[in-house]
Design a protein around this ligand. Structure first.
Ligand SMILES: CC(C)(COP(=O)(O)OP(=O)(O)OC[C@H]1O[C@@H](n2cnc3c(N)ncnc32)[C@H](O)[C@@H]1OP(=O)(O)O)[C@@H](O)C(=O)NCCC(=O)NCCS
Length: 207
């Protein structure tokens, strides 16, 4: 394993870079205060931008660690901060990382998160040296499952009545998906071959 941290990544339409405290207004306005985005997630919508600012200041510090993989998803054309993508847990001994993500509603349905996740998976396998990337989604959130599927993640099973949603209090089933490095390398799964065409490069100090 190589501890490289949240290097800046670029795709055709996106830049993935560490968060900054100064992203707070955009992050709050674009998704962090939006109940529709948080509906299936492990956090509640922010009520006040000062909370977002404190959180992002902490993330800005954390991202200096080579152990942390956490990116703001930035729309290249306008430099607007539109989403969040991170390794939420990792077992380095086993080479395993779990990823999580969310996106501003205004950017849904255009392949944005597939493009971002594909870039992150490529980096985590090829540069950081992980062997397995996994993710979980609520059974009632098929759009997220489809993003994983398009990035080559196979369904491994369903954790029944696994998570009580913060939004409704309802107990939900959680679907587990994963892709192994060897599957990724041979382009074996789903639409992942198309996703691999997305150019991934390290952007240095572009932003
Ligand atoms: C889930 C989320 C990340 C998707 O991002 P996105 O950029 O819109 O995703 P993409 O456009 O790359 O792909 C979405 C896919 O889901 C499909 N989809 C959307 N709604 C769907 C539904 N109700 N049922 C089945 N598929 C659906 C789309 O058609 C698309 O697939 P396609 O390209 O084969 O047509 C975004 O909606 C989001 O942030 N949601 C809230 C937070 C969240 O749920 N995060 C994930 C937690 S596990």
């Amino acid at each position: 394993m190589n501890q490289l941290g949240s290097k800046i990544l670029g795709t055709q339409r996106l830049i993935l870079r560490p968060f900054r405290a100064s992203d707070a207004e955009q992050a709050f306005g674009n998704w962090m205060s939006d109940p529709a985005v948080a509906h299936f997630l492990t956090w509640t919508p922010h009520k006040d931008v000062s909370f977002t600012r404190k959180l992002l200041a902490a993330w800005e510090e954390e991202a200096k660690s080579p152990d942390v993989y956490h990116w703001a998803v930035v729309w290249r054309e306008t430099r607007a901060v539109i989403g969040d993508l991170s390794v939420v847990s990792a077992d380095r001994r086993s080479g395993r990382a779990e990823v999580g993500y969310c996106l501003s509603r205004a950017f849904r349905g255009r392949g944005v998160m597939t493009e971002a996740l594909s870039a992150a998976i490529g980096y985590l396998f090829r540069e950081a040296g992980f062997l397995r990337i996994e993710a979980k989604h609520a059974a009632g959130n098929p759009a997220s499952g489809r993003v994983m599927e398009k990035c080559g993640m196979r369904t491994e099973g369903t954790l029944r009545k696994y998570f009580r949603l913060l939004s409704t209090g309802e107990l939900t089933d959680i679907v587990v998906r994963a892709v192994l490095r060897e599957e990724w390398e041979r382009g074996a799964c789903g639409d992942e071959r198309a996703a691999r065409k997305i150019s991934l490069h390290l952007c240095g100090n572009e932003v």
